[in-house]
Design a protein around this ligand. Structure first.
Ligand code: ZN
Length: 170
């Protein structure tokens, strides 16, 4: 009798796992810009394995692993997927979490948000509006004036130091 109960529970758990697995991140990471609606194969060619895991499969890098976490130089943080400007160094702060953190995006239209209910938590996921790439999450425990904390995977970002775009080398 007990054995049957265990088998039923195991079957129920397997069904739950199957349902959770059927959710495709690709459906949520649709690019607003049709030019950036690339296939999985095209993204694999463009991105490193770790960039692909985070941007296209909604992975999370290990905390304190990104060199951008402690980066204090002035410049722009662009999307590692499509190059769109996402965050500015002036909005970056040290959250102590081990992930690059910002109080706001460089422009409201640069990112899009949606509710993420994975892992038994209700969080707000942030992605690049142009290419749909997953960036991280936004939480309401940030410093003033916004009170927001955009907790972003460093691997999803490409830092461009101020002046480097128009720099003239002698
Ligand atoms: Zn992008």
């Amino acid at each position: 009798m007990q054995r049957n109960l265990i088998l039923i529970l195991a079957a129920a758990l397997a069904l739950l796992a199957a349902c959770a697995g059927s959710r495709s991140p690709a459906e949520h990471n649709r690019a607003a810009d049709s030019a950036w609606q690339l296939s999985e194969e095209e993204w694999r060619v463009r991105l490193s394995a770790e960039e692909f895991r985070v941007l296209r499969e909604e992975g999370t890098e290990r905390s304190f692993t990104s060199p951008l976490n402690a980066n204090k130089r002035e410049g722009v943080y662009a999307c590692a997927g499509c190059g769109q400007d996402l965050f500015s160094s002036g909005d970056k702060f040290d959250s102590g979490t081990g992930w690059p953190s910002f109080i706001r995006p460089a422009a409201d239209e640069a990112v899009a948000e949606r509710v993420d209910r994975r892992f038994g938590m209700k969080r707000t996921e942030v992605h690049c509006r142009r290419c749909g790439g997953h960036l991280g999450h936004v939480f309401a425990d940030g410093p003033p004036p916004t009170g927001l904390r955009y907790c972003i995977n460093g691997v999803a970002l490409s830092f461009e130091e101020e002046g480097s775009r128009t720099e003239i080398t002698e």
